[in-house]
Design a binder for this molecule. Structure first.
Ligand code: B12
Ligand code: SF4
Length: 473
Protein backbone atom coordinates (compact mmCIF):
# COMPACT_ATOMS: atom_id res chain seq x y z
CA UNK A 1 0.00 0.00 0.00
CA UNK A 2 1.24 3.46 -0.85
CA UNK A 3 1.62 5.82 2.05
CA UNK A 4 -0.76 8.71 1.91
CA UNK A 5 0.20 11.35 4.30
CA UNK A 6 -1.42 14.58 5.34
CA UNK A 7 0.08 17.35 3.27
CA UNK A 8 2.64 19.14 5.42
CA UNK A 9 4.29 16.11 6.98
CA UNK A 10 7.47 14.76 5.46
CA UNK A 11 6.68 11.29 4.13
CA UNK A 12 7.95 8.37 6.16
CA UNK A 13 10.99 7.01 4.42
CA UNK A 14 11.16 3.26 4.13
CA UNK A 15 14.22 1.79 5.77
CA UNK A 16 15.59 0.49 9.03
CA UNK A 17 12.98 0.85 11.78
CA UNK A 18 15.51 0.66 14.66
CA UNK A 19 15.30 3.38 17.26
CA UNK A 20 18.23 5.74 17.30
CA UNK A 21 19.29 8.00 20.15
CA UNK A 22 19.58 10.87 17.71
CA UNK A 23 16.60 11.80 15.63
CA UNK A 24 13.66 9.42 15.41
CA UNK A 25 11.02 9.14 12.73
CA UNK A 26 7.66 9.99 14.23
CA UNK A 27 4.41 9.23 12.48
CA UNK A 28 1.44 11.15 13.92
CA UNK A 29 -2.09 9.95 13.23
CA UNK A 30 -5.57 11.31 13.69
CA UNK A 31 -7.74 8.22 13.12
CA UNK A 32 -11.22 8.21 11.70
CA UNK A 33 -14.06 6.29 13.32
CA UNK A 34 -15.81 3.07 12.30
CA UNK A 35 -19.20 3.14 10.61
CA UNK A 36 -21.82 0.85 12.16
CA UNK A 37 -21.01 -1.76 9.47
CA UNK A 38 -17.36 -1.79 10.52
CA UNK A 39 -16.04 0.14 7.53
CA UNK A 40 -13.92 3.25 8.02
CA UNK A 41 -15.71 6.56 7.79
CA UNK A 42 -14.09 8.59 5.02
CA UNK A 43 -14.74 11.87 3.30
CA UNK A 44 -12.91 14.00 0.75
CA UNK A 45 -13.91 17.45 1.94
CA UNK A 46 -14.29 19.02 5.32
CA UNK A 47 -15.11 22.55 6.41
CA UNK A 48 -12.28 22.92 8.92
CA UNK A 49 -9.33 21.06 10.38
CA UNK A 50 -8.12 20.24 13.84
CA UNK A 51 -4.63 21.58 14.53
CA UNK A 52 -3.47 18.80 16.85
CA UNK A 53 -1.08 17.10 14.40
CA UNK A 54 0.72 20.17 12.97
CA UNK A 55 0.84 21.61 16.48
CA UNK A 56 2.45 18.44 17.88
CA UNK A 57 4.92 18.57 15.03
CA UNK A 58 5.73 22.18 15.95
CA UNK A 59 6.50 21.25 19.57
CA UNK A 60 8.58 18.19 18.68
CA UNK A 61 12.32 18.66 19.34
CA UNK A 62 13.96 19.50 16.00
CA UNK A 63 16.24 16.44 15.83
CA UNK A 64 13.22 14.25 15.05
CA UNK A 65 11.54 13.87 11.68
CA UNK A 66 7.77 14.16 11.84
CA UNK A 67 5.10 13.17 9.35
CA UNK A 68 1.36 13.05 9.91
CA UNK A 69 -1.88 11.80 8.46
CA UNK A 70 -5.56 12.43 9.10
CA UNK A 71 -7.38 9.21 8.33
CA UNK A 72 -10.63 11.02 7.60
CA UNK A 73 -9.12 11.90 4.18
CA UNK A 74 -6.05 9.69 3.74
CA UNK A 75 -5.05 6.10 4.42
CA UNK A 76 -2.78 5.19 7.29
CA UNK A 77 0.21 3.11 6.20
CA UNK A 78 0.70 0.55 8.94
CA UNK A 79 3.93 -0.53 7.24
CA UNK A 80 5.45 2.94 7.46
CA UNK A 81 8.93 2.29 8.86
CA UNK A 82 8.79 4.81 11.68
CA UNK A 83 10.26 4.58 15.15
CA UNK A 84 7.42 6.13 17.09
CA UNK A 85 3.74 6.39 16.24
CA UNK A 86 1.71 9.08 18.01
CA UNK A 87 -2.07 8.75 17.88
CA UNK A 88 -4.61 11.33 19.00
CA UNK A 89 -8.28 10.50 19.54
CA UNK A 90 -11.58 12.19 20.23
CA UNK A 91 -14.90 10.48 20.82
CA UNK A 92 -15.49 7.29 18.85
CA UNK A 93 -12.11 7.56 17.11
CA UNK A 94 -10.72 5.87 20.20
CA UNK A 95 -11.85 2.43 19.01
CA UNK A 96 -9.90 2.88 15.78
CA UNK A 97 -6.97 4.41 17.70
CA UNK A 98 -6.66 1.24 19.80
CA UNK A 99 -6.82 -0.98 16.72
CA UNK A 100 -4.15 1.07 14.95
CA UNK A 101 -1.99 1.02 18.08
CA UNK A 102 -2.18 -2.79 18.12
CA UNK A 103 -1.28 -2.97 14.41
CA UNK A 104 1.78 -0.79 14.83
CA UNK A 105 2.92 -2.54 18.00
CA UNK A 106 2.69 -5.89 16.22
CA UNK A 107 5.18 -4.41 13.77
CA UNK A 108 7.55 -3.39 16.55
CA UNK A 109 6.76 0.32 16.61
CA UNK A 110 6.54 2.27 19.86
CA UNK A 111 3.09 3.78 20.19
CA UNK A 112 2.12 6.90 22.17
CA UNK A 113 -1.51 7.85 22.73
CA UNK A 114 -2.74 11.33 23.68
CA UNK A 115 -5.72 13.66 23.46
CA UNK A 116 -8.98 14.32 25.24
CA UNK A 117 -10.29 10.79 25.48
CA UNK A 118 -7.01 9.19 26.45
CA UNK A 119 -6.39 11.80 29.14
CA UNK A 120 -9.56 10.80 30.97
CA UNK A 121 -8.88 7.07 30.66
CA UNK A 122 -5.10 7.05 31.02
CA UNK A 123 -4.76 3.67 32.76
CA UNK A 124 -7.03 1.86 30.32
CA UNK A 125 -5.33 3.54 27.36
CA UNK A 126 -1.90 2.50 28.57
CA UNK A 127 -2.91 -1.12 28.05
CA UNK A 128 -2.98 -0.35 24.32
CA UNK A 129 0.34 1.48 23.93
CA UNK A 130 3.83 2.15 25.25
CA UNK A 131 3.20 5.62 26.66
CA UNK A 132 0.22 7.85 27.34
CA UNK A 133 0.36 11.63 27.35
CA UNK A 134 -2.39 12.64 29.73
CA UNK A 135 -3.29 16.31 29.36
CA UNK A 136 -1.24 18.89 27.54
CA UNK A 137 1.83 17.69 25.71
CA UNK A 138 3.99 20.81 25.72
CA UNK A 139 6.10 20.05 28.78
CA UNK A 140 6.18 16.25 28.61
CA UNK A 141 6.47 15.35 24.90
CA UNK A 142 10.28 15.86 24.75
CA UNK A 143 10.65 13.56 27.81
CA UNK A 144 8.47 10.89 26.24
CA UNK A 145 10.58 10.94 23.09
CA UNK A 146 13.86 10.94 25.00
CA UNK A 147 12.71 7.97 27.08
CA UNK A 148 11.52 6.01 24.04
CA UNK A 149 14.77 6.74 22.22
CA UNK A 150 16.60 5.33 25.22
CA UNK A 151 14.40 2.23 25.13
CA UNK A 152 12.30 2.94 28.22
CA UNK A 153 8.92 4.41 29.13
CA UNK A 154 7.42 5.75 32.33
CA UNK A 155 3.93 4.80 31.11
CA UNK A 156 1.69 7.74 31.85
CA UNK A 157 3.18 11.20 31.38
CA UNK A 158 1.16 13.95 32.97
CA UNK A 159 2.25 17.59 33.04
CA UNK A 160 2.52 19.18 36.48
CA UNK A 161 0.56 22.28 35.52
CA UNK A 162 -0.96 24.03 32.54
CA UNK A 163 1.40 25.31 29.89
CA UNK A 164 1.52 29.04 29.34
CA UNK A 165 -0.28 30.21 26.24
CA UNK A 166 2.02 33.23 25.91
CA UNK A 167 4.14 32.66 22.85
CA UNK A 168 2.42 29.33 22.12
CA UNK A 169 4.18 27.46 19.31
CA UNK A 170 2.97 28.33 15.85
CA UNK A 171 2.62 25.72 13.17
CA UNK A 172 2.69 25.76 9.40
CA UNK A 173 -0.87 26.71 8.44
CA UNK A 174 -0.42 25.35 4.93
CA UNK A 175 0.17 21.92 6.43
CA UNK A 176 -3.29 21.68 8.01
CA UNK A 177 -4.25 18.03 7.46
CA UNK A 178 -7.72 18.75 6.09
CA UNK A 179 -6.92 21.85 4.03
CA UNK A 180 -7.22 21.15 0.30
CA UNK A 181 -4.72 23.61 -1.02
CA UNK A 182 -5.52 23.17 -4.69
CA UNK A 183 -9.23 23.62 -4.11
CA UNK A 184 -8.51 26.67 -2.00
CA UNK A 185 -6.63 28.25 -4.90
CA UNK A 186 -9.11 27.31 -7.60
CA UNK A 187 -12.57 27.41 -6.06
CA UNK A 188 -14.38 30.43 -4.61
CA UNK A 189 -16.97 28.06 -3.15
CA UNK A 190 -14.29 26.11 -1.28
CA UNK A 191 -12.79 29.38 -0.03
CA UNK A 192 -16.16 30.21 1.46
CA UNK A 193 -16.55 26.68 2.82
CA UNK A 194 -13.19 26.17 4.53
CA UNK A 195 -12.76 27.80 7.95
CA UNK A 196 -9.14 28.24 9.06
CA UNK A 197 -8.74 27.11 12.67
CA UNK A 198 -7.45 29.51 15.30
CA UNK A 199 -6.99 29.12 19.03
CA UNK A 200 -7.72 31.96 21.45
CA UNK A 201 -8.28 30.06 24.69
CA UNK A 202 -8.14 26.66 26.32
CA UNK A 203 -10.55 25.19 28.83
CA UNK A 204 -13.83 26.24 30.34
CA UNK A 205 -14.77 27.20 33.90
CA UNK A 206 -18.32 25.84 33.83
CA UNK A 207 -19.32 22.64 35.68
CA UNK A 208 -21.42 20.76 33.07
CA UNK A 209 -21.16 17.21 34.32
CA UNK A 210 -21.18 15.41 30.96
CA UNK A 211 -18.42 17.59 29.53
CA UNK A 212 -15.00 16.14 28.73
CA UNK A 213 -13.53 19.62 28.27
CA UNK A 214 -14.06 20.92 31.78
CA UNK A 215 -13.01 17.51 33.13
CA UNK A 216 -9.79 17.54 31.08
CA UNK A 217 -8.99 21.15 32.03
CA UNK A 218 -10.32 20.77 35.59
CA UNK A 219 -12.45 23.86 35.00
CA UNK A 220 -9.42 26.03 34.29
CA UNK A 221 -9.46 28.66 31.56
CA UNK A 222 -6.63 30.58 29.86
CA UNK A 223 -6.45 32.94 26.92
CA UNK A 224 -3.59 33.72 24.56
CA UNK A 225 -2.27 37.26 24.26
CA UNK A 226 -4.36 39.17 21.71
CA UNK A 227 -1.23 40.04 19.69
CA UNK A 228 -0.39 36.34 19.23
CA UNK A 229 -3.89 35.55 17.98
CA UNK A 230 -3.74 38.55 15.66
CA UNK A 231 -0.45 37.24 14.27
CA UNK A 232 -2.16 33.94 13.42
CA UNK A 233 -5.06 35.76 11.81
CA UNK A 234 -2.68 37.78 9.66
CA UNK A 235 -0.88 34.59 8.63
CA UNK A 236 -4.23 33.19 7.54
CA UNK A 237 -4.99 36.36 5.59
CA UNK A 238 -1.59 36.20 3.90
CA UNK A 239 -2.52 32.68 2.80
CA UNK A 240 -5.70 34.04 1.24
CA UNK A 241 -8.03 32.98 4.03
CA UNK A 242 -10.75 35.25 5.31
CA UNK A 243 -12.91 32.84 7.30
CA UNK A 244 -11.84 31.43 10.61
CA UNK A 245 -13.16 29.06 13.22
CA UNK A 246 -12.14 29.50 16.82
CA UNK A 247 -11.43 25.96 18.02
CA UNK A 248 -12.11 27.11 21.56
CA UNK A 249 -14.82 25.48 23.59
CA UNK A 250 -15.91 28.72 25.20
CA UNK A 251 -13.93 31.78 23.98
CA UNK A 252 -16.09 34.21 25.98
CA UNK A 253 -15.52 32.64 29.40
CA UNK A 254 -13.58 35.76 30.37
CA UNK A 255 -15.73 38.37 28.61
CA UNK A 256 -13.28 41.26 29.00
CA UNK A 257 -10.48 39.27 27.33
CA UNK A 258 -12.82 38.30 24.50
CA UNK A 259 -13.81 41.95 24.07
CA UNK A 260 -10.13 42.92 23.74
CA UNK A 261 -9.70 40.36 21.01
CA UNK A 262 -12.88 41.31 19.14
CA UNK A 263 -11.95 45.01 19.25
CA UNK A 264 -8.55 44.22 17.75
CA UNK A 265 -10.14 42.07 15.04
CA UNK A 266 -12.55 44.71 13.70
CA UNK A 267 -10.07 46.28 11.22
CA UNK A 268 -9.18 42.84 9.78
CA UNK A 269 -12.68 42.53 8.29
CA UNK A 270 -12.61 38.74 8.55
CA UNK A 271 -15.58 36.46 9.13
CA UNK A 272 -15.52 34.07 12.03
CA UNK A 273 -17.48 31.28 13.65
CA UNK A 274 -17.10 29.57 16.98
CA UNK A 275 -18.70 27.62 19.74
CA UNK A 276 -19.83 29.73 22.65
CA UNK A 277 -22.06 29.64 25.66
CA UNK A 278 -25.35 31.52 25.44
CA UNK A 279 -23.77 34.13 27.73
CA UNK A 280 -22.49 35.91 24.64
CA UNK A 281 -26.06 37.11 24.02
CA UNK A 282 -26.46 38.40 27.57
CA UNK A 283 -23.64 40.95 27.50
CA UNK A 284 -24.66 43.70 25.01
CA UNK A 285 -21.14 45.03 24.57
CA UNK A 286 -19.71 41.55 23.99
CA UNK A 287 -22.37 40.72 21.42
CA UNK A 288 -21.89 44.05 19.68
CA UNK A 289 -18.12 43.59 19.45
CA UNK A 290 -18.51 39.99 18.30
CA UNK A 291 -20.81 41.08 15.47
CA UNK A 292 -18.59 44.01 14.48
CA UNK A 293 -15.47 41.83 14.48
CA UNK A 294 -17.05 39.53 11.90
CA UNK A 295 -18.93 36.86 13.82
CA UNK A 296 -21.30 35.19 11.35
CA UNK A 297 -22.28 32.02 13.18
CA UNK A 298 -22.17 30.57 16.65
CA UNK A 299 -22.72 27.00 17.82
CA UNK A 300 -24.49 27.33 21.13
CA UNK A 301 -24.80 24.45 23.59
CA UNK A 302 -28.43 25.06 24.49
CA UNK A 303 -28.64 21.35 25.38
CA UNK A 304 -32.27 21.41 26.51
CA UNK A 305 -35.34 23.61 26.68
CA UNK A 306 -36.14 21.98 30.04
CA UNK A 307 -34.70 23.81 33.03
CA UNK A 308 -34.98 20.61 35.08
CA UNK A 309 -32.91 18.70 32.53
CA UNK A 310 -30.28 21.43 32.50
CA UNK A 311 -30.09 21.47 36.29
CA UNK A 312 -29.66 17.69 36.30
CA UNK A 313 -26.31 18.02 34.51
CA UNK A 314 -25.32 21.33 36.18
CA UNK A 315 -25.90 23.44 33.12
CA UNK A 316 -28.49 25.59 34.86
CA UNK A 317 -26.58 28.78 34.01
CA UNK A 318 -28.15 28.35 30.57
CA UNK A 319 -31.59 29.42 31.90
CA UNK A 320 -33.74 28.03 29.13
CA UNK A 321 -36.50 30.56 29.82
CA UNK A 322 -34.24 33.25 28.29
CA UNK A 323 -33.37 31.35 25.10
CA UNK A 324 -35.92 32.92 22.76
CA UNK A 325 -34.85 36.45 23.65
CA UNK A 326 -31.14 35.55 23.49
CA UNK A 327 -31.43 33.94 20.07
CA UNK A 328 -33.44 36.86 18.73
CA UNK A 329 -30.65 39.21 19.83
CA UNK A 330 -28.00 37.17 18.02
CA UNK A 331 -30.06 36.94 14.84
CA UNK A 332 -30.71 40.69 14.97
CA UNK A 333 -26.94 41.15 14.75
CA UNK A 334 -26.77 38.96 11.65
CA UNK A 335 -25.41 35.91 13.49
CA UNK A 336 -26.62 32.47 12.42
CA UNK A 337 -27.37 30.37 15.47
CA UNK A 338 -26.46 26.68 15.38
CA UNK A 339 -28.25 24.90 18.20
CA UNK A 340 -26.66 21.94 19.95
CA UNK A 341 -29.31 19.97 21.81
CA UNK A 342 -29.23 16.77 23.85
CA UNK A 343 -32.31 14.61 23.73
CA UNK A 344 -33.12 12.10 26.44
CA UNK A 345 -31.67 13.85 29.49
CA UNK A 346 -33.32 13.18 32.82
CA UNK A 347 -36.39 15.39 32.96
CA UNK A 348 -37.19 14.82 29.26
CA UNK A 349 -40.24 12.78 28.32
CA UNK A 350 -41.61 11.80 24.89
CA UNK A 351 -43.60 15.03 25.04
CA UNK A 352 -40.38 17.08 25.15
CA UNK A 353 -39.64 16.33 21.48
CA UNK A 354 -42.54 18.25 19.97
CA UNK A 355 -41.94 21.22 22.28
CA UNK A 356 -38.25 21.19 21.34
CA UNK A 357 -39.04 21.14 17.63
CA UNK A 358 -41.55 23.96 18.02
CA UNK A 359 -39.04 26.05 19.94
CA UNK A 360 -36.28 25.51 17.35
CA UNK A 361 -38.54 26.47 14.45
CA UNK A 362 -40.09 29.46 16.23
CA UNK A 363 -36.63 30.72 17.18
CA UNK A 364 -35.51 30.46 13.56
CA UNK A 365 -32.44 28.41 14.37
CA UNK A 366 -30.22 28.16 11.26
CA UNK A 367 -28.79 24.69 11.83
CA UNK A 368 -29.25 21.93 14.38
CA UNK A 369 -27.03 19.25 15.84
CA UNK A 370 -28.68 16.74 18.13
CA UNK A 371 -26.88 14.49 20.56
CA UNK A 372 -28.01 11.55 22.59
CA UNK A 373 -26.49 11.88 26.08
CA UNK A 374 -22.95 10.50 25.92
CA UNK A 375 -21.27 9.24 29.10
CA UNK A 376 -17.66 10.07 28.19
CA UNK A 377 -15.40 8.01 30.45
CA UNK A 378 -13.80 10.13 33.14
CA UNK A 379 -16.69 12.57 33.46
CA UNK A 380 -19.00 12.81 36.46
CA UNK A 381 -21.89 11.95 34.16
CA UNK A 382 -20.20 8.67 33.27
CA UNK A 383 -19.61 7.85 36.94
CA UNK A 384 -23.25 8.61 37.82
CA UNK A 385 -24.68 6.62 34.94
CA UNK A 386 -22.32 3.74 35.62
CA UNK A 387 -23.27 3.64 39.30
CA UNK A 388 -26.96 3.63 38.40
CA UNK A 389 -26.39 0.79 35.93
CA UNK A 390 -27.77 2.95 33.11
CA UNK A 391 -24.96 2.65 30.56
CA UNK A 392 -26.31 0.69 27.61
CA UNK A 393 -23.24 0.37 25.45
CA UNK A 394 -19.56 -0.01 26.28
CA UNK A 395 -18.50 -0.11 22.64
CA UNK A 396 -16.45 3.08 22.23
CA UNK A 397 -16.98 3.00 18.47
CA UNK A 398 -20.60 3.96 19.14
CA UNK A 399 -19.78 6.97 21.31
CA UNK A 400 -20.93 9.21 18.51
CA UNK A 401 -23.61 11.84 18.04
CA UNK A 402 -26.66 9.62 17.97
CA UNK A 403 -26.38 6.13 19.42
CA UNK A 404 -28.38 5.18 22.53
CA UNK A 405 -25.69 5.03 25.20
CA UNK A 406 -27.65 5.56 28.41
CA UNK A 407 -31.07 4.36 29.53
CA UNK A 408 -33.13 7.55 29.78
CA UNK A 409 -35.26 8.04 32.91
CA UNK A 410 -38.39 9.48 31.29
CA UNK A 411 -38.73 7.27 28.22
CA UNK A 412 -37.38 4.10 26.70
CA UNK A 413 -34.17 4.10 24.65
CA UNK A 414 -36.30 3.38 21.55
CA UNK A 415 -38.47 6.40 22.28
CA UNK A 416 -35.31 8.50 22.64
CA UNK A 417 -34.05 7.42 19.21
CA UNK A 418 -37.50 7.86 17.64
CA UNK A 419 -37.70 11.35 19.14
CA UNK A 420 -34.16 12.12 17.93
CA UNK A 421 -35.27 11.27 14.41
CA UNK A 422 -38.57 13.07 14.74
CA UNK A 423 -36.90 16.35 15.75
CA UNK A 424 -34.32 16.08 12.96
CA UNK A 425 -36.86 15.27 10.28
CA UNK A 426 -39.20 18.00 11.45
CA UNK A 427 -36.45 20.59 11.70
CA UNK A 428 -35.06 19.83 8.24
CA UNK A 429 -38.44 19.48 6.48
CA UNK A 430 -38.81 21.80 3.50
CA UNK A 431 -41.65 23.62 5.21
CA UNK A 432 -39.66 24.30 8.34
CA UNK A 433 -36.49 25.27 6.45
CA UNK A 434 -38.57 27.95 4.73
CA UNK A 435 -40.15 29.06 8.00
CA UNK A 436 -36.80 29.30 9.72
CA UNK A 437 -35.17 31.43 7.04
CA UNK A 438 -38.11 33.80 6.55
CA UNK A 439 -36.78 36.36 7.05
CA UNK A 440 -33.05 35.49 7.19
CA UNK A 441 -30.83 37.22 9.75
CA UNK A 442 -30.20 40.76 8.43
CA UNK A 443 -27.13 41.75 6.41
CA UNK A 444 -25.80 38.25 5.73
CA UNK A 445 -27.62 37.15 2.60
CA UNK A 446 -24.78 35.04 1.22
CA UNK A 447 -24.32 33.40 4.59
CA UNK A 448 -28.02 32.59 4.79
CA UNK A 449 -27.97 31.13 1.29
CA UNK A 450 -25.07 28.88 2.29
CA UNK A 451 -27.05 27.73 5.33
CA UNK A 452 -30.16 27.08 3.26
CA UNK A 453 -28.08 24.87 0.94
CA UNK A 454 -26.61 23.07 3.96
CA UNK A 455 -30.13 22.56 5.36
CA UNK A 456 -31.29 21.18 2.03
CA UNK A 457 -28.38 18.74 1.95
CA UNK A 458 -29.34 17.46 5.39
CA UNK A 459 -32.92 17.08 4.23
CA UNK A 460 -31.70 14.85 1.36
CA UNK A 461 -29.37 12.92 3.64
CA UNK A 462 -32.11 12.18 6.16
CA UNK A 463 -34.31 10.84 3.40
CA UNK A 464 -31.69 8.40 2.17
CA UNK A 465 -30.07 7.22 5.41
CA UNK A 466 -31.54 5.00 8.02
CA UNK A 467 -29.29 5.78 10.95
CA UNK A 468 -28.82 9.39 9.99
CA UNK A 469 -26.46 11.29 12.25
CA UNK A 470 -25.47 8.27 14.29
CA UNK A 471 -22.14 8.76 12.58
CA UNK A 472 -20.12 11.89 12.29
CA UNK A 473 -19.26 13.63 9.07
C1 B12 B 1 -11.55 20.33 15.50
C2 B12 B 1 -12.35 19.36 16.34
C3 B12 B 1 -13.09 18.40 15.67
C4 B12 B 1 -13.12 18.24 14.16
C5 B12 B 1 -11.94 17.36 13.73
C6 B12 B 1 -11.62 17.47 12.26
C7 B12 B 1 -10.29 16.85 11.96
N1 B12 B 1 -10.19 15.56 11.86
O1 B12 B 1 -9.36 17.58 11.78
C8 B12 B 1 -14.51 17.57 13.96
C9 B12 B 1 -15.55 18.66 13.86
C10 B12 B 1 -14.65 16.59 12.83
C11 B12 B 1 -14.69 16.91 15.32
C12 B12 B 1 -15.49 15.82 15.50
C13 B12 B 1 -15.73 15.26 16.72
N2 B12 B 1 -15.34 15.71 17.91
CO1 B12 B 1 -14.08 17.12 18.11
N3 B12 B 1 -13.07 18.60 18.50
C14 B12 B 1 -12.36 19.44 17.76
C15 B12 B 1 -11.80 20.56 18.63
C16 B12 B 1 -12.75 21.75 18.50
C17 B12 B 1 -10.38 21.07 18.37
C18 B12 B 1 -9.26 20.01 18.34
C19 B12 B 1 -7.95 20.75 18.30
O2 B12 B 1 -7.40 20.97 17.24
N4 B12 B 1 -7.48 21.22 19.48
C20 B12 B 1 -6.25 21.96 19.59
C21 B12 B 1 -5.08 21.02 19.99
C22 B12 B 1 -3.78 21.78 20.06
O3 B12 B 1 -5.39 20.55 21.28
P1 B12 B 1 -5.57 18.99 21.60
O4 B12 B 1 -6.10 18.27 20.44
O5 B12 B 1 -6.26 18.86 22.89
O6 B12 B 1 -4.05 18.50 21.77
C23 B12 B 1 -3.26 18.81 22.89
C24 B12 B 1 -3.30 17.72 23.97
O7 B12 B 1 -4.57 17.12 24.13
C25 B12 B 1 -2.24 16.75 23.52
N5 B12 B 1 -2.54 15.71 22.55
C26 B12 B 1 -3.63 15.50 21.81
N6 B12 B 1 -3.47 14.42 21.04
C27 B12 B 1 -2.25 13.93 21.26
C28 B12 B 1 -1.59 12.83 20.72
C29 B12 B 1 -0.28 12.55 21.14
C30 B12 B 1 0.44 11.39 20.55
C31 B12 B 1 0.33 13.38 22.09
C32 B12 B 1 1.73 13.12 22.52
C33 B12 B 1 -0.35 14.48 22.65
C34 B12 B 1 -1.63 14.74 22.23
O8 B12 B 1 -1.26 17.59 22.92
C35 B12 B 1 -1.82 18.80 22.43
C36 B12 B 1 -1.00 19.95 22.97
O9 B12 B 1 -1.07 20.03 24.37
C37 B12 B 1 -11.88 19.90 20.05
C38 B12 B 1 -12.07 20.88 21.19
C39 B12 B 1 -10.75 21.42 21.69
N7 B12 B 1 -10.82 22.58 22.22
O10 B12 B 1 -9.71 20.80 21.61
C40 B12 B 1 -13.07 18.96 19.91
C41 B12 B 1 -13.13 17.67 20.73
C42 B12 B 1 -11.75 17.06 20.77
N8 B12 B 1 -14.06 16.84 19.97
C43 B12 B 1 -14.77 16.09 20.72
C44 B12 B 1 -15.77 15.21 20.25
C45 B12 B 1 -16.58 14.47 21.28
C46 B12 B 1 -16.00 15.05 18.90
C47 B12 B 1 -17.09 14.19 18.26
C48 B12 B 1 -17.43 12.85 18.89
C49 B12 B 1 -18.38 14.93 18.06
C50 B12 B 1 -18.80 15.81 19.14
N9 B12 B 1 -19.68 15.33 20.00
O11 B12 B 1 -18.30 16.93 19.23
C51 B12 B 1 -16.53 14.02 16.85
C52 B12 B 1 -15.64 12.77 16.73
C53 B12 B 1 -14.83 12.74 15.46
C54 B12 B 1 -14.77 11.40 14.81
N10 B12 B 1 -14.66 11.37 13.52
O12 B12 B 1 -14.80 10.35 15.38
C55 B12 B 1 -14.48 16.29 22.17
C56 B12 B 1 -13.65 15.13 22.75
C57 B12 B 1 -14.31 14.45 23.95
C58 B12 B 1 -13.67 13.13 24.27
N11 B12 B 1 -13.83 12.71 25.51
O13 B12 B 1 -13.04 12.49 23.47
C59 B12 B 1 -13.82 17.69 22.15
C60 B12 B 1 -12.86 17.94 23.30
C61 B12 B 1 -14.96 18.72 22.10
C62 B12 B 1 -15.90 18.74 23.26
N12 B12 B 1 -16.46 19.90 23.50
O14 B12 B 1 -16.18 17.81 23.97
N13 B12 B 1 -13.96 17.52 16.26
S1 SF4 C 1 -20.07 25.37 28.90
FE1 SF4 C 1 -19.57 23.91 27.27
S2 SF4 C 1 -17.34 23.64 27.34
FE2 SF4 C 1 -17.98 24.61 29.27
S3 SF4 C 1 -18.26 22.93 30.71
FE3 SF4 C 1 -20.26 23.34 29.79
S4 SF4 C 1 -20.39 21.97 28.00
FE4 SF4 C 1 -18.23 22.05 28.64
Amino acid sequence: MATQIGRGGAPCVRGDPQLSHEGMRIYLISPTHYNPDGSLHKTTRYWTSAVTLPYLKAITPPEHEVSFVDELFYDVDVEAPCDVVGITAMGPQIARAYDLAAEFRRRGRKVVLGGTWVTLTAEESLRHCDAVVAGEAESVWPDVLADLAAGRSRGIYRADGWSSLDGMATFDYLSLPLLKRDAFKSSALYRMYFHWPVIFSRGCPHPCEYCAVQTYYQRSFRTRPVDDVMADLRTIQRNGGNRVLFLDDNPVAHPEKAKDLFRAMIPLKMKWASQSTINIARDPELLDLAARSGCVSLSIGLESINEESLAGVRKDFNQARRFREDIAKMRARGIQVIALIMVGLDGDTPETFSRTLQFLVDSKISFLKLFTPCPYPGTKYHADMDKAGRILDGNWARYDYGSPLIRPSGMTAEEMIDGFRYVYEGFYSVRNILRRFTPPPPGQLLESLAYIVANWKVNRYLRSHDRAWATIS
